[in-house]
Ligand binder design. Structure first.
Ligand code: KG4
Ligand code: ZN
Length: 332
C-alpha cells in the first residue's frame, strides 16, 4: 500500500493531475491535457475559455485516478499565482475531493512548483540560484533559508515576449517553441538593442525589444519573406537571451553561486540552455535543468512540493484555502 500525494495544476491553460509516492517520489500517475490548440487561434490565453475547458477536463482526470483513491493521503493544489478563473477550477476540485475522501489539502505556490521541477526524484539542494522564465514571470532568485528575489521584469516576461513576437509574425500561441524553431533556420543579422545594457538596475525589460521587432516587421511590410521571418526570430531570440545573460553575469559576480537552476516553460529553450551552460563554465557553477517534459506547467512539480509539505504536515483547512492571482511571498 503506497502513500500518495495528488498534485493538481490548473493555474493557466493546462489541466494536469499527478500522483507521487511520498517514500520515493515515484510518479505513479501523470497526465496533462493542454488547451494550447484551443487558445492558439486567439493568439493568447482567453481566461473564460480556459475556465470552461478546465471544468470539462478536470472531472475526467478525477475519474482516471479513482482506482488510487484509497492510497491518496493529501491533495496539493496550485493556488497562486495565475489566472483567477483557472486557479478556482483546480482549487474547487481539490476541495471537493478533500471533503469526499476525508484527506487534507496542501496549498502550493506555482512558482515554487517550477523550482521543484529540478528535484522531482530527489531531495532539494540548497543553497541554489534560480532563473525562472515562464509566460508570467522572469525572476532571478537566491534560495537558502529564505527566497530572495534578485531581479524581476518591469514589463513583459521572457516567455510572453516570445508569444508576442510569434503573434506579430502571424503565428499561433504559445510562441516560444515556434520562435525557437524559426530561429534555427535564420541568421541573427539584425542588431536589436539589448535592453538595459548599461543600466545598473537589476531588472529585465522585454517590451522595448518587442517594439524593435514590430518596427522591423513594419519596415518589410508586404515584402516580408519566410527567410526574413527566420532572421527576425533568430535576432530577437539572441537579443532576449543576451539581455538575460548580461544581468545574470552581473549577479554571478556578486553571488558566487555553486548551484544554479533554470526553470519555467521557457527554460525548455535549447539556445538559452546552451548560453547558460557557457555562463556556468565561466563562473564555475553547476547548471541544474529540469527534464524538458516538466519545464512547462505540470502537476508533477505540484505533487513534489506536496510531498515536502506533507512531511512537514503543512495542511490548510478547506475554508481557508483561497486563490491569489498575484503572488505575495515566495517561501520554500
Ligand atoms: O511555465 P509555463 O508553462 O506557464 C506559465 O507559468 O506561464 O510557461 C509558458 C511560457 C510561454 O510563454 C511559452 O511561449 C514559453 O513558456 N516557452 C518558451 C519555449 N517553450 C515554452 N519560450 C521560449 N522558448 C521555448 N522553447
Ligand atoms: Zn508556470
Amino acid at each position: 500500500m503506497r502513500n500518495l500525494i495528488l498534485g493538481i495544476e490548473s493555474s493557466c491553460d493546462d489541466s494536469s493531475f499527478a500522483l507521487m509516492d511520498v517514500q520515493n517520489y515515484d510518479l505513479v500517475f501523470y497526465e496533462k491535457i493542454s488547451q494550447e490548440e484551443k487558445h492558439s487561434e486567439f493568439g493568447g490565453v482567453v481566461p473564460e475559455l480556459a475556465a470552461r475547458l478546465h471544468t470539462q477536463i478536470l472531472p475526467t482526470l478525477v475519474q482516471k485516478i479513482s482506482p488510487y483513491f484509497s492510497q491518496i493521503k493529501a491533495i496539493a493544489v496550485s493556488n497562486e499565482p495565475g489566472l483567477s478563473v483557472s486557479l478556482i477550477s483546480g482549487v474547487s476540485v481539490a476541495k471537493a475531493l478533500s471533503i469526499s475522501l476525508k484527506i487534507p489539502l496542501i496549498a502550493v505556490n506555482h512558482l515554487i512548483g517550477h523550482i521543484y521541477s529540478l528535484f522531482l526524484n530527489d531531495d532539494f539542494q540548497k543553497p541554489l540560484g534560480v532563473l525562472l522564465v515562464s509566460g508570467g514571470h522572469t525572476l532571478v532568485l537566491d534560495i537558502d533559508k529564505k527566497v530572495e528575489i534578485l531581479a524581476k521584469t518591469s514589463d513583459d516576461s521572457f516567455g510572453e515576449s516570445f508569444d508576442k513576437v510569434a503573434k506579430m509574425l502571424g503565428f499561433g500561441y504559445p510562441g516560444g517553441q515556434i520562435i525557437e524553431n524559426l530561429a534555427k533556420n535564420g541568421d541573427d543579422k539584425f542588431d536589436f538593442t539589448i535592453p538595459l545594457l548599461h543600466d545598473k538596475r537589476m531588472e529585465f525589460s522585454f517590451s522595448g525589444l518587442k517594439n524593435q521587432v514590430r518596427l522591423k516587421i513594419e519596415e518589410f511590410g508586404k515584402n516580408l519573406q519566410n527567410n526574413d521571418i527566420c532572421d527576425i526570430a533568430a535576432s530577437f531570440q539572441k537579443t532576449a537571451v543576451l539581455h538575460i545573460l548580461n544581468k545574470l553575469e552581473k549577479i554571478c559576480k556578486e553571488r558566487n553561486f555553486k548551484n544554479f537552476g533554470v526553470v519555467g516553460g521557457a527554460s525548455a529553450n535549447l539556445y538559452l540552455r546552451e548560453k547558460l551552460q557557457n555562463l556556468a563554465d565561466n563562473f564555475d557553477f553547476k547548471l541544474n535543468l529540469a527534464p524538458l517534459k516538466f519545464c512547462s506547467d505540470n502537476a508533477a512539480m505540484i505533487a513534489r512540493v506536496g510531498v515536502e509539505k506533507f512531511r512537514k504536515k503543512e495542511f490548510v483547512d478547506y475554508k481557508n484555502l483561497q486563490i491569489y492571482p498575484k503572488f505575495s511571498e515566495l517561501e520554500i
